[in-house]
Design a protein around this ligand. Structure first.
Ligand SMILES: [Zn+2]
Length: 111
């Protein structure tokens, strides 16, 4: 991290760092157990029930949840990891970009 980076340096850094972080998504993946409709189901009788993965999150202020088949869980986890990594980078980018904008403004005023 250089102390005299320009706004375009910061933009380039952000694009480079996020280039490999796609596809990305935000939300939370949880495992739910629910009963089925079969009579005398061993899994339901034992209290184990049937596990299923749900991705939940918010979209335009409304709660959403999507069923995730078990075989897609690794891919969904990978996308969520990417989403968190990008979110961290955006938090890191905010002060760096603002500082770079201020430096550019100071430099322009001196010319
Ligand atoms: Zn059952």
């Amino acid at each position: 991290m250089s102390k005299d980076e320009s706004p375009s340096d910061v933009a380039r850094w952000l694009m480079d760092r996020t280039a490999g972080a796609w596809p990305a998504m935000l939300g939370s993946l949880s495992l739910r157990r629910s009963p089925c409709i079969r009579e005398n189901c061993a899994a339901c009788r034992s209290g184990e029930q049937h596990p299923s993965y749900i991705l939940s999150g918010r979209l335009h202020g409304r709660r959403i949840s999507v069923y995730v088949p078990e075989e897609l869980v690794p891919e969904v986890r990978r996308c969520l990891d990417n989403g968190r990594a990008i979110q961290e980078l955006l938090h890191e980018a905010a002060p760096r970009y603002i500082k770079a904008l201020k430096r550019a403004r100071t430099r322009a005023a001196k010319q």
